[in-house]
Write a protein that binds this ligand. Structure first.
Ligand code: GLU
Length: 445
């Protein structure tokens, strides 16, 4: 039974980079009929906040990502303590007394001598008396996991064969002087006890995985399968720092007015061998989802592409799907108006401005009063319908000899006050005969 987890730290907001990991885990679980767990990595009690946690849950829900199970690491400190005791008893977790400054000095010296700054394991050689002396000085130990020194290898679902030489890594610190846990050990304990089968996360964790696989084994667990996806970069291949890419999901929703499925569609597809398209729902994304399609090189996140996907999604959105959102915006004018303005939308809230061309009041722009008068004369009789625009403009063409822009643009300006907008043929019957005549007479209506 497949079981995956998304494990954000509630020390900040969700943004396009970390939410991509959530999307991959969610799609992976859905595709295999497995379980998706939301784990809140809040062992850093100083920096973790309830507000960030609430925000993460709200953002995921808005995106349509729901979890089958959820828990917080801060509820499980006793489990991490038990695991730490087990590792200590096996001599795999050892106390170290160096201060930060001392470690810094060692690293600088190693580098000056052309050696990699790997922890020298001096603490392993401490006698009981030396340890007691440090304790008597008031020093508290931090605890390091003793790596095997052997290469750790696995078949990564994204990166293929990976080999990490643990001999070139420092033994990782699992517990700080103040007794708090770094992320490494709690994550492994949770993954074992929750029966996680696959860990899908960013490639910045690849080296961690080497150490964590040894911790899985030391705790008597079997390491899950891993997939490390390449990180996001900006459209130019540089750092993801500009504009939309650096915004949180909350800003993309509230300030930018983007659709959740636009964000989902783009993030699920960039960096894969599939084309980016606008998917109306998660089912559409599931169909082609396969971690094997992920490229090993970074995925490019382009603001403009996100906006294009958003627009495309809106252009195809049926009224029934849009209606509740329109109602919320106070912009539900019925299906015909939705269909008239939909092709012009970049974001949903644009509905208001385009619908105002129908509802008015519009201040007509009349550059030639005589053309306005002729236009009023030739307006087809009776109720205006979808044919009225072509009947009308054909008649005007005959009567005035105008064509092209000269024929059409003044009409648009007189009827909507704007040089561009939804198709006039669609707007005309919605504006309605009475209002059309008022606007042609120069009246704000
Ligand atoms: N809390 C970790 C992070 O956000 C989780 C990494 C993992 O998936 O194991 O980086």
């Amino acid at each position: 039974m497949t079981k995956v987890r998304f494990a954000p730290s509630p020390t900040g907001k969700l943004h396009v980079g970390n939410v991509r990991t959530a999307i991959f885990n969610y799609l992976f679980a859905r595709k295999s009929g497995g379980t998706f767990v939301l784990r809140i990595d809040d062992t850093d009690v100083e920096r973790s906040t309830q507000a960030f946690e609430d925000g993460i849950r709200a953002d995921l829900t808005w995106l349509g990502i729901s979890w089958d199970e959820t828990f917080k690491q801060s509820d499980r400190f006793d489990r991490y303590a038990a695991a730490a005791e087990k590792l200590k008893a096996e001599g795999l977790l050892y106390p170290c007394y160096e201060t930060g400054d001392e470690l810094d000095r060692k690293r600088r010296l190693q580098m000056a001598n052309g050696r990699p700054p790997v922890y020298d394991r001096a603490a392993l050689a401490l006698t009981d008396d030396e340890k007691a002396a440090f304790e008597a000085e008031g020093r508290k130990p931090h605890w390091r996991f003793k790596l095997s020194g052997n290469p750790v290898q696995w078949d990564d679902m994204v990166r293929g064969h990976v080999s990490i030489a643990t001999s070139s890594l420092s033994d990782p610190i699992l517990i700080r002087e103040d007794g708090s846990y770094l992320y490494t050990l709690p994550s492994v304990v949770d993954d074992i006890e929750a029966d996680i089968t696959h860990i899908i996360r960013g490639e910045d964790h690849t080296t961690n995985s080497g150490a964590q696989i040894e911790i899985f084994e030391a705790l008597g667990g079997k390491a899950p399968l891993f997939g490390h996806q390449a990180l996001l970069v900006g459209a130019d291949g540089g750092k993801l720092s500009k504009r939309l890419g650096s915004l949180g999901i909350q800003e993309l929703r509230d300030a930018e007015g983007l659709e959740p499925m636009a964000i989902m569609s783009l993030l699920a597809k960039i960096g894969t061998s599939d084309p980016v398209d606008a998917f109306a729902d998660v089912d559409g994304l599931l169909e082609g989802f396969d971690l094997g399609k992920l490229s090993r090189s970074p995925a490019r996140f382009d603001d403009e592409e996100l906006k294009r996907v958003n627009a495309k999604l809106l252009h195809a959105m049926p009224y029934a799907a849009a209606q509740p959102r329109l109602a919320e915006l106070g912009a539900d004018k019925g299906e015909a108006v939705w269909e008239a303005v939909r092709p012009n939308l970049e974001i949903l809230a644009d509905v208001k401005a385009w619908a105002a061309l129908i509802d008015g009041p519009v201040t007509p722009v009349i550059e030639e009063a005589d053309y306005a008068a002729v236009a009023a004369d030739y307006l087809p009789a009776g109720e205006l319908d979808s044919d009225s625009w072509s009947v009308w403009t054909n008649a005007l063409k005959e009567a005035t000899g105008r064509k092209g822009k000269q024929l059409f643009m003044p009409l648009r300006l007189m009827l909507t006050g704007e040089p561009r907008g939804p198709e006039m043929a669609v707007l005309l019957p919605l504006i309605g005969r009475e209002t059309v005549l008022k606007r042609l007479a120069g009246e704000a209506a």
